[in-house]
Every structure is written in structure tokens, then in C-alpha cells.
Design a protein around this ligand. Sequence first.
Ligand code: PEP
Length: 248
Amino acid sequence: MRKPIIAGNWKMNKNIKEALEFVKEVGTRADRDDVEAVICAPFLQLKDLKEATKGTKIKVGAQNMHYETSGAFTGEVSAEMLQEIAMDYVIIGHSERREYFGETNETVNKKVLKALQVGINPILCCGETLEQREAGVTKDHVKTQILAGLKDVTKEDLAKVVVAYEPIWAIGTGKTATAEQANDVISYIREVIASVYGDLANEVRIQYGGSVKPANVAEIMGQSDIDGALVGGASLKADDYVALVNFK
Ligand code: PEP
């Protein structure tokens, strides 16, 4: 049985004060035993968030990291640095990082391997552009991203990886993929993982991301292969975040 995972991606939003207010407002209202709740915040907010969420079931994650341990990488943060503040998750290869910060399938793979090495669960993102969907190459594209992203991940580590399928045309646009469209690609992603890992693919949690909100979360979560949601905009308001985690 795969435990659903609802993760908020705050992107470059909220200062420390706002982050702490959010946690206070949420309180223990997002504490479910049958759903994992995560907040992925900007680096500067993480240590305080980790402290503030003690006594709740909310887990905390970063939105990026570097694959090297230390060195001349100005402006970067290593996996070990995130491990020092006990991060539970790290988003890897979000489409915004691929588009604006030059992340490639190769760097994404290095980051996934490094996160696993230090004991942080990676949320590996994939997804197609509108042009790719219209050209009918969605599945080919996602397959390439997933096979490259998981390269050299051991069978023992596979279930620690969460995959997020996020069609780029649905991120922040208000356009959600239909629940069926999302489920179709997500079940294909599971087949791709199974082609390498066999039945272990059934243990991997695969989220959908792209304009998920309280009004559509239940329909999305009702699909057979969808195990969670990665949520941008709607995760910024405490009441909406609580509603997302408490989907029925
Ligand atoms: C995201 O950035 O991962 C995302 C899915 O954003 P939104 O929910 O705002 O579409």
C-alpha cells in the first residue's frame, strides 16, 4: 500500500515570519496518519520550519540542492548541508529549474543519487511542454526523463524516490490535466519504472502536479495510479494546504 504524499512547493515565496505564521495557522490540522504532508520551502526558511513543525506530522523539504559535498560552487547548497538540518525531502529537477537554471537529466540524476546517499528522499520531477503534448511525444519525453533521473538508483533505494509528474502547461496556469490524462501518464511512468525494477515499481509513489487545489484534489487522488500531489500556488494559504492534505 503506497501512502499518499501531498507536498507544497512554496517556490520563492514567504519570508521566515510568514513561514512561521503559516505553520502556526495550520497547527495540527494537517496531521493525518494515512497521508504524508510535506512543505518544501526556500533554503533560508528550512531550519526554522523544521523546528516549528516539531509536534506536528508535517515534514519539511528543500526545493533544490547541489550534488557535490562542498567546494567552489558559489551560491549553492549541498545535500550534506540539508542533512545537517534534518531535511526529509528535496525536490529535484523541477521544470522551473530545468528551464531557468540549466538543469539537465544528467545533473538531475547526480542530485537524486546524492540525496539518497545522505538519506534525504528526492522528489524527482518530470513533465512535458504543451508543444510536446501536441506533438504526441509526451510519453517518450517523460520516459527519457525518468530513465535518466533514476540511472544507478539501487533496488533498495527505489522506494525512497517520489516521482512528480508535472505537465509544464499545467503549472501555475490554472489549466489542470484531467484526472484521466494525469493517470494515463502516471501509469505509463510506473510501467517505465517496472521495465527496469520489476514489481518494485509498485512501491514508488507518483504524484501529479499542475494547478492542484482544494476543489480538484479529491478527483485527482481518486485515480488508480496517482499517489499524491505536488502543489505550488494552492499550498501557500494555510486553509488551502489543510484542505489539500485532508482530501477525502
Ligand atoms: C509546481 O510548481 O510544482 C506546481 C504544480 O505549481 P501549481 O500548483 O501552482 O501549478
